[in-house]
Design a binder for this molecule. Sequence first.
Ligand code: ZN
Length: 477
Amino acid sequence: MQADLIFRNARLIDGTGSAAQTGDLAVSGVRIVAMGALPDWRGGREIDCGGQVLAPGFIDPHVHNDLAVLTDPGMDSVVSQGVTSIINGNCGFSIAPLRTGDALPDPMGMLFGKTPPVFARFADYRARLESEPPAVNSACLIGHGTLRVNEVGDLARAADAAETKAMAASLDQALSDGGIGLSTGPFYPPARASSTDELIAMARITQSHGRLYVTHMRDEGDRVIEALEETLEIGRSACCGVHVSHHKCAGLANFGMSETTLGMIDRARTEQTVGLDTTPWTASSTMLNSGRHRQASKVLIAESLPHPECAGRDLAEIAAEWGTDIDTALERLLPATGIFFIMDEADVQRILSYEHTMICSDGIAGGSHPHPRVWGTFSRVLGHYVRDVGLFTLEEAVRRMTSLPADWFGLDGRGRLEVGAFADLVLFDPDTIREGATYQTPVRPALGIQCVFVNGREVWNGQGATGNRPGSFLIGA
Ligand code: ZN
């Protein structure tokens, strides 16, 4: 029997949570064609895994690489940690459908640049990625904030009936064109004035396509309980599955609150469809003027357009150097993004440990001093939280990074090692895997990743990127 590629002597972790099995795995074309003991098979290329772990490529359900997949198609920060599929368009902001690239309100301006490519129809964005694929598979949610920018005359108020109708029609079209679901971000200024009814109207359209309502909730700090109640109400009213993005309880006053929020999610799950993801870090990252600095024990500047030299520096130190108070320094740095030390380690571990939690990076590729989550999220879970802390087993960690998000978002043929599945694969050493990125030096690949394959083609090896661009555009099932 002949295959293009055979992995020999691997510790196969299939993504379902089942215990690892030692064996071989054969790939032909884009798919896995055989697994187990394969002594009679020959491969065009054979890789001796030496007992290291071969797993399905990881799926990152929450990133902001809508633009980066076009401008930085190698996606090194993604593939270098074993991620083979990403979901873009989160927090209410998708790069398509967008009618104009002029004067986008923040954070869209920061996410998509000063002059983003304009894809008036979602189908145009999809066509571009299908003709110029990046290294990773990507899917994209349709952002409610983007729809508001297109249709709502004044972003400081809720949409009126005509505007809601126009957004609904646009969402309906975009989901028909391959959008994988809806994302909302009532936390952010472009959508802060949206009413719960407006969000329910969007969720109804999403439900009619059998898709999910994915949300950066209105509040993740002092009013996280009310925000979660609103999210659950939207799901019930629209009969739509809801997904809480990068779940956290931010601010010293809210440390420990995840006991309550996870209890609410657990109870809600008995009568409605609810999921969540989270990042394995106690610092968050968002717009510098989000108000988060008042709840944070420390703030680092990730990026500042007027003061790029401040990237990576402590906001309090910058203020002291400039002889100003914190708020004045913050204003001078805008537009900017910050890294906010704002969460309790016990909450991070409790949310990570919750059996339905997926792992996400919330990353944006690029920038000189990003949050280390951009390069280090998945390796940090496998190294720090699995091996060093013992939060859960390796098999369980891999499940949360593979079959769980694949099934939840309808990414057929992804997230499992099984015959017939797409050959999205990562080979890693469980004894040495860990993040290379730190808050001080955030642009560093993960350690312990041997090689990464997307649709049967190698995109990352021990030395670095291979230059292959085999990523498919995923529209879900
Ligand atoms: Zn967000």
